[in-house]
Ligand binder design. Structure first.
Ligand code: URA
Length: 196
């Protein structure tokens, strides 16, 4: 799925053919938020509702993220929120479009856009929401979320803090585990706020 030379440096997300995910998505979903936010949150990829609306984190995972931001005393309008992968990857199950985790080659192809956002927003602190975000930020397909959870690491002059993806905190089976995952997200946001 190597992009053809003329497709390697697309000017806009709409033109992007760096991987094949655009084929089944309604539209690309770019980042949203304060242009020069000090804090950037990076998720995995748009979900069903994000794909339809064109905005990141507006579905159930976004609701949980909003709650966590509020609990941490962070105003969503002051941060920049984006995803490691800009198109919704899904497979049909009956009438539903079920989320499919992006392949590492898709994450690597889409890093082009995250890099552009990092350059333009220039945040001081990045919160990686889940393993896919962390892999893209660190540009390594082999990093494990558990090795980075909740502890800030410095890379290229900015702090990176990894935590669970909000969707994990929604779907993990036990009530205790869900509460613990939510709290871990709030704690990571608090830590990020403390570093600003
Ligand atoms: N999950 C993500 O990672 N990003 C979104 O925008 C929505 C759900």
């Amino acid at each position: 799925m190597k992009a053809k030379p003329e497709q390697q440096r697309p000017h806009t997300l709409d033109e992007c053919r760096r991987c094949d995910l655009w084929r089944n998505a309604t539209q690309p979903v770019g980042g949203l938020g304060a242009r020069h936010a000090k804090l950037m949150l990076v998720g995995e990829q748009p979900g069903d509702q994000e794909d339809l609306s064109g905005k990141p984190f507006v579905g159930p995972a976004g609701d949980l993220l909003d709650e966590a931001l509020e609990a941490a005393g962070i105003d969503r309008r002051q941060v920049y929120i984006t995803n490691a992968v800009k198109h919704f990857k899904w497979e049909p199950r009956g009438k539903r479009r079920m989320h499919k985790t992006p392949a590492q080659k898709e994450v690597a192809a889409c890093h082009y856009w995250l890099e552009a956002e990092l350059e333009s927003v220039a945040p001081d602190v990045i919160v990686a929401l889940g393993a896919t975000a962390l892999k893209s930020i660190l540009q390594s397909g082999s990093v494990a979320l558990k090795d980075y959870m909740g502890q800030a690491v410095e890379r290229d002059g900015r702090w990176i803090i990894a935590t669970y993806h909000p969707a994990y905190a929604l779907r993990v089976p036990s009530r205790e585990a869900r509460a613990a995952a939510r709290q871990a997200i709030v704690d990571a946001l608090l830590e990020a706020k403390g570093l600003l």
